[in-house]
Write a protein that binds this ligand. Sequence first.
Ligand SMILES: [Zn+2]
Length: 265
Amino acid sequence: MKAVGLHPDVFVVTSRIWQTTCTLVKSGEEAFCVDSPVLPDELELLPAIAEQASFRVVGCLATHADWDHLLGRYAFPAAPLGLAESSAARLRGEPGAAQRDLREFDEEHYVERPGPLSLPSAQALPVPGHCAVGERELELHVAEGHTVDGMAVWIPWASVLVCGDYLSPVEIPWLSPGGSVSAYQATLDRLEPLVERASFVVPGHGAVIDSERALAVLREDRAYLSALAADGADAALPLTRRNGAMKKIHAENVERAGSRPSPAG
Ligand SMILES: [Zn+2]
């Protein structure tokens, strides 16, 4: 697991699986853990890494309700979990789904965990909105389209954008169940002014990137989504994201983008 400092108050650890990112942000005596690494040894190590950096984690946040972003409470079991209202509603609407998906992953990869994932009733955060940490406030922005729910977290005093599963240098836009091209495009429009101001962008999967690189990914993602809507399976994938795994995601996207009723009915 890799750890990178972006600011005295912000550092990011990256999981060995899917390059899933976890961002720790602090102000004064309080720190939050945003999203999570995936593997048990990484989650076990995280409290020690936080403590060493003098980050006292008092809360967990997740950018969206996909299981691989919800594991922070394995590391910080006493910390309450805060989610966008849309994500809290999704968890309520699909009880046990995150636990089931985690169990499937663990069974497939022979991963053993200290116990089942406990997701106590999440605190639903109004988005757009603010969330206080220590003496400062995080800005929460709507980020939907990958899934039906989600938020991006803007850390104003560090100019860091934690955007969830958007703007990834390693993953093409992915329409998971509940995702949609138009919602995804609206999220990119919403994120663009933040990306322009950002010192760093932390995607849900992949390396931390600077503003210029993130804007390049944003342009590629826009082009891909337009092509997906217009040309379906024939849409060209971004040049640096064309491997076998991305082609599988693309095939899923074609199904989801095409399965929505056309405006003509
Ligand atoms: Zn993800």
